[in-house]
Design a protein around this ligand. Structure first.
Ligand SMILES: Cc1cc2nc3c(=O)[nH]c(=O)nc-3n(C[C@H](O)[C@H](O)[C@H](O)COP(=O)(O)OP(=O)(O)OC[C@H]3O[C@@H](n4cnc5c(N)ncnc54)[C@H](O)[C@@H]3O)c2cc1C
Length: 1007
């Protein structure tokens, strides 16, 4: 196995540390370096001037004043701006416009010429909209006008944030601004980020190359590099797998691409800055940066234009700054450092919560970010030999503080523009900078997006979100109810707690969230590597199917005792087991990788799910097993009680050999039942490890017995045996049917069956969806875990208007997937579970391939065998997608990385009807920006789990209770509040309290 990906040197401290200690040390470092009161005095006239004389155009400030994003109008505007321009068909554009405008009132906009213009466009739109979705010809004619007006409004909005549609147009604009304001420089940003395919990455590369060529024409070779214009690039645009796990590829493939751009920029004496993106790419970006710095030092040692952006909101901000300074010194370069606060705050918070990380990687108090920004600024200003600081932002207080710190730094004074520069985004902060730039000694660079308005949307929405937040300076500047004192209040103070619940406490104080790992952090990966070396999959002896009577008897007698253990004690046992599993996470992950061929990411998620099941059902049992008093006539008490049923047979599948196995068992045990657990034949080792852990936590051995063997013999014998009180099964629809019949054929009590089975899970995508988001969701849902999830996507239904583009992007993205050994962190798709599964899937693929009834039938096949070790891996099935003509052509679930694609152009409700007609009902994805449509489709779908605008796998216990209907299962949903009831018998106890002769209570109360 190849571990090179897993043991790289960690350059920075862990990102997940309590923020208070970090901020406290930053504050100490700032003592004496900054006098906030006088910085605030410097900033006050700027603020006053902007408020007295707001920017005369539709700048962000004015826009947010008219339409705060917390209002229905602001939200509608953001939604329309994000989606409307890309919708290709009129029908859908009308539906989207109606959906969004239907909820907002744009008619009351106050001043601001652009805002008024746009407001009237939108108000006009509203007026003509078809009421209640009518579609008479007249209203349709009106609707077209409406959409045209709204489109115009959105384009006007976009125009405020793009300097030009082409680099030459942008440069022309830049030159005319320069005539009005001295000391203005530009850094052009060719719109586009997050390439999903290599073709996209090459397209972005070409646009950067072309832009540098144009900028070079106007650059002055004799001038200091910082005085020239430059370019900002996003690494995520230049490689489709710019991810930590693909480290080797990134170094081999991305670095040469960026180096090509650097050479061009160096020769032209212009600056090139690498933008900062998400936290999980930080270490990788620094490695790329250092590799490039080494090349610069070797080939262009006098170039002073190479730089990168650094985010102050990261808990490692100052460590990153110091690291970059050390790179500058090591290679004897003077690097440009653009200090920003950070644009992905909401994303980072959500990611940390989803992954269950111990802390957040970014500060959670806005003023902590501000403190960090100042601490980083100080460090940058103090390293003039290695750094040319560029302070980016629009906050008047921060800018004033920087100017003050710069003037106090020995080598710098405010007039010395060669020592540093300020930066702002085009279309933002224009009012404040209008004032700041009255000082002729200050230089400012404008970050200027260039591109078609259509490509602006992701960028624009990020700006709206970032500045629309209540805590944002730009937002507060626009809000005159925020007084000067508050607006310029000192950030130099410490909060001892985070402003949000930490991820482990996401579910409140009563249930600890399972803790996950960030596999991009070496310290978190290392225990996995160690466990992989030591973990041995235990050998589990097969049980003789003829001997089931013995365990049933043992289970029955153990049930007598276990069911009488108070529920709080049973719950405590399960919680102990959860804690132990959390501690042994690396070991369980390694077992899953070895026995079930799970990738590391899947393994971590699975162990977390098992832990969550244990804790969730412990809580649920305590909740539901309390007697409930019921109302009734005087003279009696009525109480409803739940109790365990007896011995349960738990039959679990190999695709979640720990999570589903543990979930079933935990549910039965929490409610006081005894369990006979039959794991999947392919994965008894993981099951045995889980059983041992549960025994060690206090589950009596008789109450939990592991019976390993084939389903047809051991499973069948258990189901058919007398004396069992329930069966819980997860697996194929076909086997569920066999079990159901076997149970029905038995004499004696009717035994309950909980079955969770498969599905032909569909995703419906309309033409408002964002193709990149769709492709991410499709690739994850259809191919992650080699498609071996009950929830996996099998049938993608694409609106005709976007189908070609989305299919091409899926094709490109699939080409980038890495197949191979799941122990290698770079692997996206590991082998399928065994030869039998492999043969079955391969046959299906061959059949689909030959049957495909379109002449130009699409077929997407992933490349296989990335490295020689992958070649040795048996049972690898390359992800495969094929276009079919009709939904009804998909008749069976193929449990592997196989996707069917269908185009549609009818009403989306009709598509849902066809999906319903397949008879399954497990998961459904919808991708649409039309909110009312998403809700209507969800209501019409006979499906257990519906995911809107995201992937459709990875249900979380207690968050997305999992399970379907129809051919997909009986319910109740696993990990949901109704699940445990099915494991219980109900009893009402009525006591006649007057039996002794009279109703004492009644008489004494009414005496
Ligand atoms: C020239 C330029 C280039 C840029 N390049 C990049 C880049 O490469 N990468 C990038 O990520 N961003 C980049 N940005 C965007 C930048 O991060 C934001 O514009 C900036 O954060 C806004 O800060 P401000 O000082 O203008 O506003 P302020 O209102 O003072 O600060 C807002 C910022 O505070 C932070 N914040 C908000 N709420 C909280 C909270 N509860 N707890 C902690 N922190 C919080 C966020 O970072 C938010 O963006 C760039 C900006 C400019 C001007």
């Amino acid at each position: 196995m190849e571990f090179s990906q897993m043991s790289r040197q960690q350059r920075l401290p862990d990102p997940y540390r309590p923020e208070a200690a970090i901020v406290s040390s930053y504050l100490k470092g700032l003592e004496g370096a900054l006098d906030w009161a006088s910085a605030s005095v410097l900033a006050q006239p700027w603020v006053q001037a902007v408020r007295d004389n707001p920017p005369p155009f539709w700048a962000m400030e004015s826009l947010l004043k008219e339409y705060p994003i917390s209002s229905a109008e602001g939200l509608a505007l953001m939604r329309l701006a994000e989606a409307l321009l890309r919708v290709p068909d009129a029908e859908t554009a009308i539906a989207l416009t109606a959906d969004q405008l239907g909820r907002a009132d744009f008619a009351t906009a106050s001043d601001g010429a652009m805002a008024r213009l746009s407001a009237s466009a939108i108000a006009l739109s509203k007026k003509f909209l078809p009421e209640g979705g009518q579609s008479s010809i007249m209203s349709k004619l009106g609707a077209h006008t409406v959409v045209a007006a709204t489109l115009r409004a959105v384009q006007l909005l976009g125009r405020q944030f793009v300097l030009g549609q082409t680099i030459n147009e942008a440069m022309k604009e830049a030159n005319s601004s320069r005539k009005q304001v001295a000391n203005l420089r530009f850094s052009y940003d060719m719109l586009g980020e997050g390439a999903r395919t290599d073709a996209d990455a090459l397209h972005y590369l070409a646009s950067y190359e072309n832009a540098i060529k144009s900028i070079a024409v106007t650059a002055d070779a004799a001038r200091a590099c910082e005085q020239n214009d430059g370019i900002s690039i996003k690494l995520s645009a230049l490689h489709p797998r710019y991810e930590d796990a693909q480290h080797a590829r990134v170094m081999a493939e991305l670095v040469p691409r960026v180096w090509g751009l650097c050479k061009q920029a160096a020769v032209a004496n212009i600056n090139l800055t690498i933008d900062a993106e998400e936290v999980d790419r930080l270490e990788l970006s620094l490695e790329v940066f250092e590799a490039l710095a080494a090349l610069v030092a070797e080939h262009h040692p006098n170039w002073r234009g190479f730089g990168l952006a650094l985010q102050a909101y990261q808990t490692r901000a100052l460590d990153v700054i110091e690291h970059v300074i050390s790179i500058g010194r090591k290679y004897k370069l003077r690097l440009m450092c653009r200090l920003v606060k950070g644009a992905y705050w909401d994303f980072e918070i959500k990611r940390a919560q989803e992954l269950g990380l111990p802390h957040y990687p970014v500060f959670t108090h806005k003023h902590h970010t501000d403190v960090s920004y100042l601490a980083c600024a100080q460090a940058l200003l103090n390293a003039p030999d290695a750094i040319y600081p560029q302070f980016a932002g629009h906050n008047a207080g921060t800018i004033a503080a920087i100017l003050q710190m710069a003037s106090r730094t020995k080598t710098t004074d405010v007039g010395a523009t060669s020592q540093f520069e300020l930066q702002r985004l085009h279309g933002m902060g224009e009012g404040i900078y209008r004032e700041v730039m009255k000082n002729p000694g200050i230089a400012c660079r404008v970050y200027a997006p260039v591109g078609a308005h259509r490509d602006l949307l992701a960028y624009l929405v990020r700006r709206l979100l970032e500045n629309g937040a209540n805590s944002s300076f730009v937002h507060q500047l626009a809000d005159e109810s925020v007084g000067m004192d508050l607006l310029l209040t000192s950030p130099l103070r410490l909060e001892s707690e985070t402003s949000l619940p930490l991820p482990p406490l996401l579910y409140g104080p009563d249930r600890l969230n399972s803790q996950g790992l960030d596999l991009t952090v070496e310290n978190m990966r290392a225990p996995l590597l160690a466990a992989l070396k030591t973990a041995q999959v235990p050998v589990v002896p097969e049980f003789d199917a003829k001997s089931v009577a013995g365990p049933i008897t043992t289970g029955a007698s153990s049930y007598q005792k276990w069911s009488k253990v108070p529920v709080a004690e049973r719950a405590a046992v399960l919680r102990r087991a959860a804690d132990a599993m959390q501690q042994q996470m690396p070991h369980f992950c390694a077992l899953l990788v070895k026995e079930a061929f799970k990738t590391w990411g899947d393994a971590v998620s699975e162990v977390r799910e098992a832990i969550d099941f244990l804790r969730y059902y412990a809580n649920e049992a305590e909740r539901i097993m309390q007697p409930i008093s019921l109302p009734g006539p005087t003279g009696e008490t009525n109480e409803l009680r739940l109790s365990a049923r007896g011995v349960w047979v738990c039959i679990s599948p190999w695709n979640f050999p720990l999570a589903i196995f543990t979930g079933q068992i935990a549910a039965a045990l929490a409610t006081g039942n005894a369990v006979l657990a039959k794991p999947a034949e392919q994965t008894p080792g993981v099951a045995l490890a889980a059983v041992k852990l549960l025994h060690a936590a206090g589950v009596p051995e008789g109450a939990l017995q592991l019976l390993h063997g084939p389903g047809e013999t051991v499973g069948a014998a258990l189901v058919a045996a007398p004396g069992i009180s329930g069966v819980v099964f997860t697996g194929s629809t076909q086997v569920a049917r066999i079990i159901n019949r076997a149970l029905a054929a038995k004499d004696g009590p009717i035994v309950p069956l909980i079955a969770e089975t498969g599905g032909i899970n569909a995703m419906l995508v309309d033409s408002t969806a964002l193709p990149e988001q769709v492709v991410d969701a499709v690739v994850q849902s259809a191919f992650r875990s080699a498609g071996q999830r009950c929830s996996a996507l099998r049938l993608l239904c694409l609106h005709e208007g976007i189908a070609d583009a989305v299919i091409a992007m899926i094709g490109g993205a699939v080409q980038e997937l890495v197949l191979g050994d799941p122990a290698d962190l770079a692997t996206d798709v590991g082998p399928v579970i065994d030869r039998e599964a492999f043969n079955g899937i391969v046959q299906h693929v061959a059949r689909l391939s030959s049957q495909s009834n379109r002449p130009s039938a699409l077929e997407i096949r992933a490349k296989i065998a990335i490295n020689s070790e992958a070649n040795q891996m048996p049972n690898l099935v390359p992800p495969f997608a094929v276009e079919v003509a009709r939904i009804a052509d998909v008749t069976q679930e193929i449990f592997g990385p196989v996707l069917h694609i269908v185009r549609w152009n009818s009403a989306p409700e009709a598509v849902i009807d066809q999906i319903n007609a397949l008879g399954y009902g497990l998961t459904l994805g919808t991708q649409t920006r039309i909110d009312t449509r998403a809700q209507a489709l969800a209501a019409g779908a006979h499906v257990g789990n519906i995911y809107i605008n995201r992937n459709m796998i990875g249900a979380v216990v207690g968050v997305q209770p999992f399970g379907g209907e129809g051919l997909s299962g009986t319910g109740p949903k696993a990990g949901g509040p109704h699940y445990l009831y099915r494991f219980c018998s109900e009893q009402t106890v009525t006591v006649n309290t007057t039996a002794a002769g009279g109703n004492v209570a009644l008489l004494s109360a009414h005496a």
